[in-house]
Design a protein around this ligand. Sequence first.
Ligand SMILES: Cc1cc2nc3c(=O)[nH]c(=O)nc-3n(C[C@H](O)[C@H](O)[C@H](O)COP(=O)(O)O)c2cc1C
Length: 460
Amino acid sequence: MKLSTSTHLGRLQLGNRVVMAPMTRSRADVHGVVGEQTVRYYVQRATAGLIITEATNVSPDAVGSPLTPGIWSDAQTEAWKTVTSAVHAAGGTIVMQLWHTGRVGHSEVRGGRLPVAPSAIAIQGQKHFTASGPKDYEVPRALTTDEVRATIDDFETGAKNAKAAGFDGVELHGAFGYLPHQFLVDSSNQRTDEYGGSLENRARFVLEVMERLVRVWGEGRAGLRLSPTLAYNGMVDSDPRATFSYVIERLNALPLAYLHLMRATPDAERFPHWPKDTLATFGPLFRGPLIVNGGYDRDSAEAVLEAGAAHAVSFGAPFVSNPDLVHRFETGAPLAAGDRSTFYGGGEKGYVDYPALPRDAAPAAKGYWLVLASVTNPAQFGKYAALAGPTLASYGGRVLARGDVAEVVEGSMPRRPYFVEFPSYAAAKACFRSAAYQDAIALRAGAAEFDIVVVEGIGA
Ligand SMILES: Cc1cc2nc3c(=O)[nH]c(=O)nc-3n(C[C@H](O)[C@H](O)[C@H](O)COP(=O)(O)O)c2cc1C
């Protein structure tokens, strides 16, 4: 199964290719500070190969919706540290999605200040959620050129704070009609300065922000999310093929971790001149790793990976109600349905109370033999892999990412299983009986540190 194989996106190491898509849950406090529930929420989902956090505002001016978190103040940064350290302790990898909502906001949520945007053009035909109910969009205030530059600085500050908070990287939210997207698309950007007009000028904001993120984070730790064929929030570009091809080709000059691409949506059908297959149109243009998103299930995700069209697949709604989504994909267990009424805002209900399946269930047959190496912590596993890896490899064994099939508690010590995939049961047994293997794990490392069990009855 491709989804369960490890990979890396730039410098980000993923134990599997199931990425948790960014999801706003509106459970921060009024200062944009996340709390203990948010720590639990992300830890519950730490078996994802990569977690991308909910969109997080880079400045007070970036805020468009109530109770969304921020990353501009010390209190916000300190609170995020508790999330990253807990996710890392649980073996996860987590990047922060950086956000500026631009015109997708309302003065009611912004202390009376109008939303800002590239141009003073309101979103039509949609309403905005506020604490006092849905409201029509206001005409936003167009940013001055100096303010555009200051906003780019805000993204850099957000990226620095995210680093201080212990994240593994950052993703720019360049999708779904928020500020970076508003700059790209000509229905929302009619500026006459160097940030509007020509394609080069409209792309400048996103490219300059990405340069800053790379400057802060270095190679392979900054990603970008794009939705070239999504009309949501009034993103009706006259030529998305030209606009997004240009942006993606320019991105190739930067050492990004990944491009996170939304595939085609029904919107594309409404605009005859838009490309119908987003992934086929834009995916091959990007030379780095691609995460794809949008209505995937296990089989369609496997298919896109098998076709070599993406490195990883992100899942949004399925992760809300299935904290153990990776485990369910692995075992073929059914997915729990989510309650949409608790997606945005509220307390624990619909946030941290979706149960994981019992974790002592035997893994389903997967067509190969597995050896279970149960060690007490990830550092020990690294040692095990270093010592035993060459011997395992010589018998065709391949060390898989940390398994999420079972977590056994012995005394007070949780023991996490790891797996080695062998071409056959005979190869696994032969490897374990070999002098080289025994020497590697028993004599040099000390037998007591490792508890190796050949799992029988799994595989074909
Ligand atoms: C509750 C909810 C909140 C979301 N918030 C964000 C967000 O903050 N940033 C973002 O880029 N996408 C956001 N999305 C979109 C998801 O990342 C994803 O693109 C979408 O759910 C489609 O993927 P899926 O079919 O696997 O659910 C949100 C989706 C949901 C369901």
